[in-house]
Design a protein around this ligand. Sequence first.
Ligand code: DGL
Length: 257
Amino acid sequence: MEYIGLLDSGVGGLSVLKRLYEIMPDKNYIFFGDTKNVPYGTKTSTEIFSYTKKILEFFLTKNVKNVVFACNTTSAVAYDELKKYFSSKLNIFPLIQTVAPSSIEGLKNNDTVAVFATRATINSHKYQQEINKINPKINVLELDCTGFVEIVENRRYRDKSSIDLIKSKLDIVKKYNAKRVILGCTHYPYLEPIFKNILEVEYFDPAISLASIVKEKIGNEANGNNIEFFVSKNPDEFIKSAEMFFDVEHAELVQLN
Ligand code: DGL
């Protein structure tokens, strides 16, 4: 049985799995949430490379052929290096590189697009590079949203400190009159209802176009409908935090060494 593997540091990647499953329900999926090492966004590239390499090795033992990096951070800082090791064995879809063209569709020269992402993604300038390769006249406003991932993983949606942090980032979007906000971390779609309550602007969830590109590339041939979840820590917490995006009945604990 052939699988599509998805990886992330935690529940964020489920916002991608949801979109893939919506348009390709008759496939087999393996999801790995590296909850032991979440958040990835404040780790070094070397650490993120090493976590992801172990997950890809695990996928190889599970008959995974196609891998979707359901994680912007990994796509930004580890994909280029990882593909040297794995491209002969796995067909990998890195998130940012795959969705960059659709993330600026409909924008005009001199428009500003804001990118909300983790510190590691922002410091890599991957979104800016990929977008400006397509159109150098789009202004890319990169905003380090460290702290958002913890709000989602710990379900602290109502805390005043969470709302204050979110507001401080949306104030910058408003100040620069950005036309669109790219949700450049797969955890952030969980916060979209809060964003929308605070600021009316266009929010772009890359998972939607990522899913349709993956479908186009791998084909929609039915080969099962099995979904397996693996995490590296606290399966029960993972299941609770997942709720908003995916009904996870069971997540198996795996230690990758
Ligand atoms: N959800 C991931 C991303 O898209 C990782 C977030 C994190 O663990 O910091 O970047």
